[in-house]
Design a protein around this ligand. Structure first.
Ligand SMILES: [Zn+2]
Length: 481
């Protein structure tokens, strides 16, 4: 998993100037004060982080440009159009809407709600128009290349209308915060042509062929829907021009809305993750946004909904199941998970639910239906809670004649919990780590090494000794209590 920052372009340069610092100092500050801490705040497990100002990126962007230039896909020409600096993109009429408030009477960018600027330039152009048919063919032959379906339809109709060649350089006379065009140092590279190449420069393109071949083509690029066109049109055309394979899938995710508008810093309606994690913890943050909002669609955040789900689904549903199962193993079997006797119908039903939950979750994750995958996992949470209620281990414990049955019930409960533990590790890693430590005594190896696709194979838990389980989802005191 790769993420990173796109640091060149006029928008960044203007912000730096407004803040009275150099562009490099400005992006260094943003990366170190905001982006890297953000990843830690919500436990993102990325294996690399690329900045487009890094040498490994700049050098290999130039190699790529030279290759596409030598192949005849870049020429010099002039262009005039309406440019949105927020998007770093020329806009056509369909991308503009009537301005409101201070911009009433003007045409503004539909994403940024700010006026566009008329630019006329003499630049280098990429022959994007030549790739209209190859792109349409690729979309048709690879129906999952662009997802979700609504996003794909929009891209296909956009490309079907015809593509203009793309200006991929800016004269340094105008501004110079970017990567030099290798054959003409009076020009710098258009920020998107530079930024899109991060996906390959980070994995060794141009300098480490073995590494590059190991990771390319990428399985999936996950991008905001407002930048889907760059990823689903320009980027694959760039790769085609260089004679390279395309990523397997481009997934355009939706927006978080507040009061019906896109949540954004520039509109001052943002909620920073730390505001949520400082109260509910990062697991709840991750769980909430993966579960409550249909991935790929826009969704609204609500404190009330988050709080209700935290209590009902995480604390009462999963957290309570984990703590009472471990408590019963301690109380009735001195902390050693018992081995099961003969399985009854109720046990077999539990096993079937566990196997199905695991299989469904794996399939849905592959389809990037993350919320549905969590719903599938929760069928096992609910089944286990129900299983314990109906089996009444506290009643079985009163009569020694029921010892074998009690063993079976607590084995099944513990094994069900193991399956949940593995399936939920990518969703709520902090709680999963605590539970794994308490449940397995390290006998099944590291949690990170568990094969999630095999999680539902029943009977992996041996007779390990359980230990105290830290509270997974503590009670949140509201301010007026
Ligand atoms: Zn814009």
């Amino acid at each position: 998993m790769l993420t990173g920052t796109d640091e060149h372009g006029e928008k960044i340069l203007r912000s730096a100037e407004e803040n009275g610092v150099s562009a490099k100092a400005w992006v260094d500050k943003l990366v170190h004060d905001e982006w890297l801490p953000l990843l830690a705040t919500i436990d993102i497990d990325n294996q690399d982080f690329i900045r487009t100002t890094e040498e490994r990126h700049k050098v290999n962007v130039q190699k790529f440009l030279q290759k596409v230039y030598d192949a005849g896909f870049i020429y010099q020409g002039s262009f005039k159009g309406a440019y949105c600096v927020g998007c770093e993109e020329y806009k056509n009429k369909n991308d503009l809407v009537d301005g409101e408030g201070e911009f009433a009477g003007q045409q503004v960018c539909s994403t940024h709600s700010k006026p566009v600027e008329m630019l006329e330039e003499n630049n280098y152009f990429f022959k994007l128009s030549q790739f209209q048919q190859p792109l349409l063919d690729h979309y048709k032959e690879n129906p999952n290349f662009i997802q979700p379906e609504s996003a794909k339809n929009e891209v296909v109709s956009f490309v079907s209308m015809g593509l203009d060649d793309l200006s991929i350089s800016r004269s340094k006379a105008k501004f110079d915060w970017g990567i030099d065009i290798p054959w003409d140092d009076s020009h710098i590279t258009y920020v998107w042509f530079d930024a899109l190449l991060n996906y390959i420069t980070a994995i060794g393109y141009g300098q480490d062929d073995a590494k590059f071949e190991q990771y390319w083509p990428a399985d999936i690029h996950i991008v905001g829907k407002e930048i889907l066109r760059f990823h689903a049109v320009i980027w694959p055309a760039m790769l085609m021009a260089a004679g390279m394979e395309l990523p397997k899938q481009i997934y355009g995710h939706g927006w978080l809305l507040v009061g019906g508008e896109k949540m954004s810093k520039s509109k001052l309606n943002g909620i920073v993750p730390e505001q949520i994690t400082s109260v509910f913890g990062s697991d709840a943050f991750r769980y909430y946004f993966m579960k409550a909002i249909n991935f790929g669609q826009d969704g609204s955040f609500s404190w009330e909904d988050l709080s209700a789900r935290y209590q009902a689904e995480l604390a009462n549903g999963f957290g309570n199941l984990a703590s009472r199962t471990i408590a019963m193993v301690k109380k009735y079997f001195d902390g050693v998970i018992p081995q099961p006797g003969e399985y009854l119908e109720i046990d077999k039903k539990l096993i079937a639910v566990a196997e199905k939950a695991s299989a469904d979750a794996n399939r849905l994750m592959d389809e990037v239906a993350i919320g549905d995958a969590i719903t599938a996992i929760w069928t096992l949470v609910d089944e286990l809670n129900n299983y314990i209620t109906v089996s009444e281990p506290w009643v079985l414990a009163k009569d020694e004649a029921n010892t074998e049955r009690l063993q079976t019930v607590l084995y099944c409960s513990s094994e069900g919990l193991r399956i949940l533990n593995v399936l939920l590790n990518p969703i709520i890693p902090q709680a999963a780590a605590k539970l794994w430590a308490a449940l397995t005594e390290g006998k099944l190896g590291e949690l990170a090494d568990q094969d999630i696709s095999e999680a539902g194979n029943w009977g992996q838990l041996g007779s390990s000794r359980v230990s105290d389980l830290a509270v997974l989802f503590p009670r949140i005191e509201s301010k007026d209590e």
